[in-house]
Design a protein. Structure first.
Lengths: 309, 268
């Protein structure tokens, strides 16, 4: 187990470093000079002397590698830079919006997990029921249709057509229902596909035949025996889906005006506020990488075969 | 029956997108504010949008853009993935490990987020969309091509061609290449679906193609603020995209579950 933790830890660090390099290089990819950009946004007509002074103040006149190291040290201290738009610290802005995104992703995860577990067990128990084919079709459809399209259709039916729920914002307990359903349905499709494959694998094991031979009812075979075998894989599936939900939140937040991190990033992109975009990618990227590493550790902790790999 | 539904639906969508702008008699980009937000009927079969543009023609034109850009992205990722995957699979050793590491990093990164950031930082345009989506998009195809290459590389007929002194280039093109066609086509179809989602999502978020070259995501994004008052301009492109996504997903599903044919490839 220690070896697994060490190896995964090293891999995690390497991936995080790669992410940080990519994110840092984003700023240098941006056309135009950041100092000029800041001056222009401050309402100042940029002069050569003014730009040079600001470049020196921001440290932009130093070599790329030095700037990367300083930026990385700053990030490790929790300093994510300052916004072009209002020159306020980006970290405070991002972290004030994290709770809203986590609330949305959490609610969506509940939707996804609930739907996927119920449906996968039902489909496995009765593969030829008429509902099962419809479910299979719906699963395929949900993997092909982007979440914001599902959201638009949900809004126009539920919020506009039936006037049942608010179409956006974060006011009142009903506001989370449609965004969570939109995001959760996309997650449910992925999770369902993974869970069904795992359950089908588990049902092909010899002990299932034994269970049937000794007269165990199908329901008990699936719910007690097969589910237990499929459970470790479900941990992986849950990790993959959670990562997908975090990344997908940006679209759903934009559609429903949900005041989360993703909405901040999109408005920053529209204003070409590079530091905010950079911080968003760094935070989401690091969260995803860490999440997937956690999943692998959980897996190693509960399944000895993974440890020996 | 389900096997043919996907390709048939896809063909119908493609024909709709290509033919409608030619025969409708409306310009998809010409605004006419006097005729804004008309309900369906008359010469505007599906009504008009907030700037008075014909919704049907505009949906078809935007569809053509969406499909073309997604196709360009898929062509690039498939070519890149198939070549690197096959080369790494055949070479083994360090090249193979490098591909493995690149794939691990790429799969751990939040793809849409990075693409969004790239597209947001660079100037909007076709090139930017490609730059944003190709660097992480080739991984699926690369991994599939690598696995398929490894499976074939050990077989007797490849050994025989090797034994008579064929170059690595010949091996890849003539001996191994035909065996990759099936798996690569399957993954390319799935990748096309993902590219379509990614391209339109970027436009929906305002980081995709600049106007007037709108795609379905851009149309939906423009019309979303009006969703409560006039759902048409958002719902029509949304439905078109949903149908296309369904068609691509069905096709990919059919290809995936089709039994691997023994003579995959054809030309030897």
């Amino acid at each position: 187990m220690t070896a697994v933790v060490l190896r995964r830890g090293a891999e995690l660090l390497l991936t995080l470093l790669t992410v940080s390099v990519l994110v840092f290089l984003l700023t240098s990819l941006a056309p135009g000079d950041p100092a000029e950009e800041i001056l222009r946004r401050g309402g100042v007509q940029p002069t050569a002397a003014g730009v040079a002074a600001l470049r020196a103040e921001l440290g932009l006149d130093r070599p790329l590698f030095t700037r990367y190291l300083e930026w990385l040290l700053g990030v490790l201290r929790g300093d994510l830079g300052t916004s072009y738009a209002d020159r306020s610290p980006v970290a405070a802005e991002i972290f004030s919006r994290v709770p809203a995104t986590l609330r949305l992703a959490g609610a969506a995860a509940l939707v996804a997990a609930g739907l996927a577990v119920l449906v996968s067990v039902r489909v496995t128990l009765r593969p030829h029921a008429p509902g099962s084919r419809a479910i299979a079709l719906a699963t395929v459809a949900l993997t092909g249709v982007p979440p914001y399209i599902v959201g638009i259709l949900l809004i126009s039916v539920v919020a506009v057509g039936l006037r049942a729920l608010p179409t956006g914002g974060d006011g009142g307990p009903g506001a989370v229902v449609l965004p969570a359903l939109t995001l959760g349905l996309a997650g449910a499709a992925t999770l369902l596909r993974l869970l069904r494959a795992d359950l089908a694998d588990a049902l092909r094991q010899p002990f299932v035949k034994l269970a049937a031979a000794k007269g165990l009812r199908a329901r008990r075979t699936v719910l007690v025996h097969a589910v237990r075998v499929a459970a470790p894989n479900a941990v992986t599936a849950a990790g993959v889906v959670l990562a997908e939900l975090l990344a997908g939140a940006v679209v759903v937040e934009t559609l429903f005006s949900w005041p989360g991190v993703g909405q901040l990033a999109v408005s920053a992109i529209r204003q070409r506020d590079v530091p905010v975009v950079q911080a968003y990618v760094l935070v989401t990227g690091a969260a995803t990488v860490a999440l997937l590493a956690c999943v692998e550790l959980c897996l190693a902790a509960c399944d000895p075969r993974v440890r020996r790999r | 029956m389900r096997g043919r539904a996907g390709p048939a639906l896809l063909l119908a969508v493609v024909l709709f997108c290509l033919l409608t702008p030619l025969v409708s008699g409306h310009d998809p980009h010409a605004p006419d504010l006097a005729r804004a937000l008309l309900p369906p009927g008359g010469t505007h079969w599906l009504g008009t949008d907030q700037l008075g543009r014909d919704l049907l023609t505009r949906t078809a034109a935007a569809g053509r853009t969406s499909l073309l850009v997604a196709l360009a992205v898929t062509a690039a990722t498939t070519a890149l993935g198939a070549v690197t995957g096959a080369a790494a699979g055949l070479a083994g050793g360090v090249a193979d490990r490098l591909l493995g590491f690149a794939a691990t990093v790429a799969l751990a990164l939040p793809g849409l987020t990075l693409a969004l950031a790239l597209a947001g930082v660079l100037r909007p345009g076709y090139g930017t969309v490609l730059v944003a989506l190709v660097p992480l998009g080739w991984v699926n195809c690369g991994l599939v091509a690598r696995t398929a290459t490894r499976q074939v590389a050990g077989s007797d007929h490849v050994l025989a061609v090797r034994a008579i002194g064929a170059s690595r280039r010949y091996l890849l093109r003539r001996t191994i290449g035909p065996h990759l066609a099936g798996p690569v086509l399957t993954v390319a179809t799935a990748d096309f679906g993902r590219a379509l989602i990614a391209v339109t999502s970027l436009s929906f978020l305002g980081a995709g193609l600049p106007p007037p070259d709108t795609d379905w995501g851009g149309m939906v994004s423009e019309a979303t603020p009006l969703l409560v008052a006039a759902p048409g301009p958002a719902v029509v492109p949304a439905l078109a995209l949903a149908l296309t996504g369904l068609a691509v997903a069905l096709t990919a599903d059919t290809l995936r579950s089709a039994p691997a044919s023994p003579q995959a490839g054809g030309r030897r």
